[in-house]
Design a protein around this ligand. Structure first.
Ligand code: ATP
Ligand code: MG
Length: 410
C-alpha cells in the first residue's frame, strides 16, 4: 500500500493530508493534521522556526490519525513570485506509419521545457494544453493518431528560486523530503472542480488568509494563474482596526460567528458585543456595521480577482463559471456577493469531497481544498507527470470505479 501526503503551508495554518492507495482503488484519506502557523506571508517564509514547528505538528497529527509514517510530501507554493510563460513546440513524426507514440509526446514535452530560465527562476510545471496534428488544432489526446507533424501548446509555470528554496528548507528541517513543489491553485482545482467545468472553461478563486489565488482551467487543464495579495486576514484586520478590538483573535471570532459577505442580508436590529482595545470594556455594535466592513473588503478581493481574470483574456471562455474556495470563501453569502461582482457567470463555493474517499465531513471544507488537491496530485504522479489528460484520467478512474461498483451490486 502506498501512502501519499500533501502539505499545504498556508498563511494561517499548515495542513497535512495523507491518502493511501491500493491497486484499482480510489485514494482513501487516512490522516489529516492541522496546525496554526504565521510563518508565511503571501507565500513567502517570514519565520522559519515557526513554520518548521507547525509542519512537524501537522504531520505528526496526520501520522497519529492514520497510524502511518510520512517521509515525503507534495508541497504547495504560491505568491507573487509565480510566473506563467506560454510555450509551443513542433516535431516531425518519423515512424513510417506516422503513428503518434508516447515517445513523441515525451520528445515534444522536453522541447517545450527547453527554455533558458534566468538563474533566479525554477521550473515548477510544464502543462501541455492542446495539440495540432498537421494543421488540425484542438486535439486533446493525440496518442495513436496519425500525422507527419505534431505541435503542442502549453504553459510553463515558474517560481522565484529563493522563495522556493526557503519553503523546501522548512520542510527538510521538519525531517521530511519534498517529493514535488506544486502550484497551490492547481492543486485546489484538482480537489474542487469537476471535469466538465475544466473542459468548458472555469475560473477558480482560492481566497486564503493572505493571498487570493486565481487559476483558469480550459480544455481540461490549467491555462492561466495569477495572485491577488489580499485574503481573509485583511478582512479580520479591518474588523480589528475599525472597532478597536482587544485582539486579532477577537476580530477573527467576531467574523466567524457573526460575519456575512453581504451586509443587506443581516437584519438591522441585530447587535453584537465585543471587548475594546485598552479598556477591555464591553461594547455593543449593530451587526450590520460589522458586515458592512466585511463586505467592503470582500468586494475588493473579488474585484481584484476579476481584474486578474480579465487580464488573462479568457473571461468569455468561462462557460463553467467561477468556483470560490479557500477559507475566505466560508463567510455566509460569499457566493451571492460573487454573483454581484463577477457578473452573469454562475458562481458556486467549492470544497473537496467527491474525488477522495473517507474525507470526514469536518474536512470537506474549502480551507482543505489545497491539501486535498496536493494529495490528489501525488496520486496522479504515481504513474505520470502532468499531462493534458490529467483531469480526464482522474475522471476515467472515478467512472471505472463507479461502473465496477454498480456491476458488483447489480
Ligand atoms: N467559517 C469561516 N468563516 C469565515 N472565514 C473563515 C472561516 N473559516 C476560515 N475562514 C477564513 O479563511 C482564511 C484562511 O483560509 P485558508 O485556510 O484557505 O488560508 P491559508 O491557506 O492559511 O492562507 P493562504 O492560502 O493565503 O496562504 C482566514 O482568514 C479565516 O478567517
Ligand atoms: Mg491556502
Amino acid at each position: 500500500m502506498t501512502t501519499i501526503a500533501g502539505l499545504d503551508i498556508g498563511t494561517t495554518k499548515v495542513c497535512c493530508l495523507a491518502v493511501q492507495v491500493q491497486p484499482d482503488q480510489p485514494p482513501q484519506v487516512v490522516g489529516v493534521g492541522v496546525s496554526p502557523c504565521r510563518g508565511l506571508k503571501q507565500g513567502q517564509v517570514v519565520d522559519m522556526e515557526q513554520t518548521v514547528q507547525a509542519i512537524q505538528k501537522a504531520v505528526q497529527e496526520a501520522q497519529a490519525m492514520g497510524d502511518i509514517a510520512i517521509h515525503e510530501v507534495f508541497v504547495g507554493v504560491t505568491g507573487a513570485h509565480i510566473e506563467t510563460v506560454p510555450r509551443q513546440a513542433e516535431i516531425a513524426i518519423t515512424r513510417p506509419d506516422h503513428e503518434v507514440t508516447e515517445e513523441d509526446l515525451e520528445r515534444l514535452r522536453s522541447f517545450i521545457q527547453q527554455v533558458h530560465l534566468p538563474p533566479d527562476r525554477e521550473l515548477l510545471h510544464v502543462l501541455l494544453r492542446q495539440y495540432t496534428l498537421d494543421g488540425q488544432s484542438g486535439i486533446l489526446n493525440p496518442l495513436g493518431m496519425s500525422a507527419t507533424h505534431i505541435r503542442a501548446e502549453g504553459i510553463l509555470i515558474t517560481g522565484g528560486l529563493t522563495f522556493l528554496q526557503n519553503i523546501r528548507r522548512c520542510v527538510e528541517r521538519a525531517g521530511l523530503q519534498v517529493k514535488s513543489l506544486v502550484l497551490e491553485p492547481y492543486a485546489s482545482g484538482l480537489a474542487v472542480l469537476n471535469p466538465q467545468e475544466r473542459e468548458v472553461g472555469v475560473a477558480l478563486i482560492d481566497i486564503g488568509g493572505g493571498t487570493t489565488d486565481v487559476a483558469i482551467f480550459a480544455e481540461g487543464n490549467l491555462v492561466y494563474t495569477g495572485v491577488v495579495p489580499l485574503g481573509g486576514m485583511n478582512v479580520t484586520r479591518d474588523i480589528y482596526l475599525m472597532f478597536r478590538l482587544s485582539s486579532i483573535e477577537e476580530a477573527e471570532n467576531l467574523k466567524q460567528k457573526f460575519g456575512c459577505a453581504l451586509a443587506e442580508r443581516v437584519p438591522e436590529t441585530e447587535v453584537v458585543t465585543y471587548r475594546e482595545m485598552g479598556t477591555h470594556q464591553e461594547r455593543r455594535v449593530p451587526r450590520r456595521l460589522l458586515t458592512e466592513v466585511i463586505e467592503e473588503r470582500m468586494r475588493e478581493i473579488l474585484e481584484k480577482a476579476l481584474e486578474e481574470i480579465e487580464r488573462s483574456g479568457l473571461l468569455d471562455r468561462l462557460t463553467g463559471g467561477i468556483v470560490l474556495t479557500g477559507g475566505g470563501a466560508c463567510l455566509p453569502c460569499t457566493a451571492e456577493l460573487g454573483r454581484q461582482v463577477l457578473g452573469p457567470l454562475p458562481v458556486r463555493i467549492g470544497a473537496p469531497q467527491s474525488h477522495l474517499v473517507g474525507l470526514s465531513p469536518a474536512h470537506q471544507h474549502p480551507t482543505y481544498a489545497t491539501a486535498a488537491g496536493l494529495a490528489l496530485y501525488g496520486y496522479e504522479c504515481l504513474d505520470t507527470y502532468e499531462h493534458p489528460a490529467i483531469f480526464t484520467r482522474l475522471w476515467e478512474r472515478f467512472v471505472r470505479k463507479i461502473k465496477s461498483f454498480l456491476k458488483r451490486n447489480r
